[in-house]
Design a binder for this molecule. Structure first.
Ligand code: KG4
Ligand code: ZN
Length: 333
């Protein structure tokens, strides 16, 4: 029976999750996530105050189920940045209380490193690799050499890839999160019906932007709404938008590959569940003989298993933090 375990907590946005990971084998002994998507859906996006209240309810409920593992715990890990400050605080407060009461060291985990390490849940790490991180808050290209040597190559000038799906869905009152809903509607739509501008097409820079595309969708919708928006219009808008959103990423990744072909490439983050994006990048990597790594679909969106996987490495490096030093940060440099 494994007796070196880490308990990890994730509450950076709208998922309350706790995992217990075996430090030696990296196996997940326990993992649970309670998502708040339904509660936020009526608002078309995450309401931070509501999210914090829901974490207060959900986290202790999950923790109850983990009590049997307490005697075998070696550390408590928690996401402390980046994310919504009020929701991060719920996880951090619980982690502090556990660290004090069980007399265990505390590990502060960067959520974005968590997304990268979602690739290595229950597996050995494969680094260096170039990573495309697409989530609700981020669209980044990262040179990940090791856990503590990661370089940001590109990011978004405004909205993120996932966020643009959420906003487009909100414009049509389709609910939250927009990604899976827009993806499903897009499958039934005509991707060539509406011509939308591929962002930063002429720019030589490797960077992203989604606000222009979002506004182009808004303008098309305003026109359509004058005549009454039908289901076919919605599906065609979704398909045309998704095609353009993915084309933008593909163009910039191709630019990056022109500079240097990496040996290993990965897509991580909640929006890496997007099938069109996965397929496009898969084909590009195949053509360039690049090894492509994808997280399992269940680990793409926020979860504590990925936080626990990072924590295993930090535990081995003795990267601990004291209860009085840990702080939450909404953004990171
Ligand atoms: O990583 P994540 O769970 O939370 C953040 O750290 O932000 O990502 C959530 C984001 C949301 O914006 C959601 O709409 C998007 O990922 N997403 C998708 C898909 N599934 C989730 N975006 C596009 N296509 C999808 N299939
Ligand atoms: Zn995330």
């Amino acid at each position: 029976m494994p007796d070196s375990l880490i308990l990890s907590i994730e509450s950076s946005c709208d998922d309350s999750s706790i995992a217990i990971t075996d430090i030696e084998t990296k196996k997940l002994v326990y993992h649970k996530k309670i998502s708040q998507e339904l509660q936020h859906s009526v608002y078309g996006g995450v309401v931070p105050e509501l999210a914090a209240r829901l974490h207060v309810e959900a986290l202790p409920k999950i923790l109850e189920e983990c009590k049997e593992y307490f005697p075998r715990l070696k550390a408590i890990a928690v996401t402390n940045a980046p994310g919504l400050s009020v929701t991060l605080m719920e996880g951090v407060t619980m982690a502090k209380a556990l660290s004090i009461s069980l007399d265990l060291p505390l590990i502060a985990v960067n959520h974005l490193k968590g997304h990268i390490y979602s690739l290595f849940i229950e597996k050995e790490e494969v680094l260096p690799m170039t990573v495309l991180l697409v989530s609700g808050g981020h669209t980044q290209l990262i040179e990940a050499n090791s856990l503590n040597d990661m370089k940001l190559i590109a990011s978004t000038l405004d909205d993120s890839f996932g966020e643009s799906f959420d906003k487009v869905a909100k414009m049509m009152n389709l609910g939250y999160p927009g990604g899976p809903i827009v993806q499903e509607k897009a499958l039934k739509g005509d991707e060539n019906r509406f011509e939308l501008p591929v962002p930063l097409r002429q720019s030589p820079n490797i960077e992203f932007s989604y606000s222009g595309l979002k506004n182009a969708v808004r303008m098309k919708l305003e026109k359509l709404e004058k005549e009454g928006l039908c289901e076919e219009d919605v599906c065609d808008i979704c398909a045309s938008f998704e095609k353009t959103a993915v084309a933008h990423i593909l163009q910039k990744v191709k630019k990056l590959f022109k500079q240097k072909i990496p040996k290993n490439f990965a897509i991580v983050g909640g929006a890496s569940a997007n099938i069109r994006l996965r397929t496009a990048i898969e084909e590009l990597c195949k053509a360039n003989k690049i090894n492509l790594y994808l997280s399992e679909l269940k680990y793409c969106s926020d979860n504590a298993a990925m936080i626990g996987r990072v924590a295993v490495e930090q535990y081995k490096n003795k990267e601990f933090i004291t209860v009085d030093k840990i702080d939450v940060k909404t953004r990171l440099k």
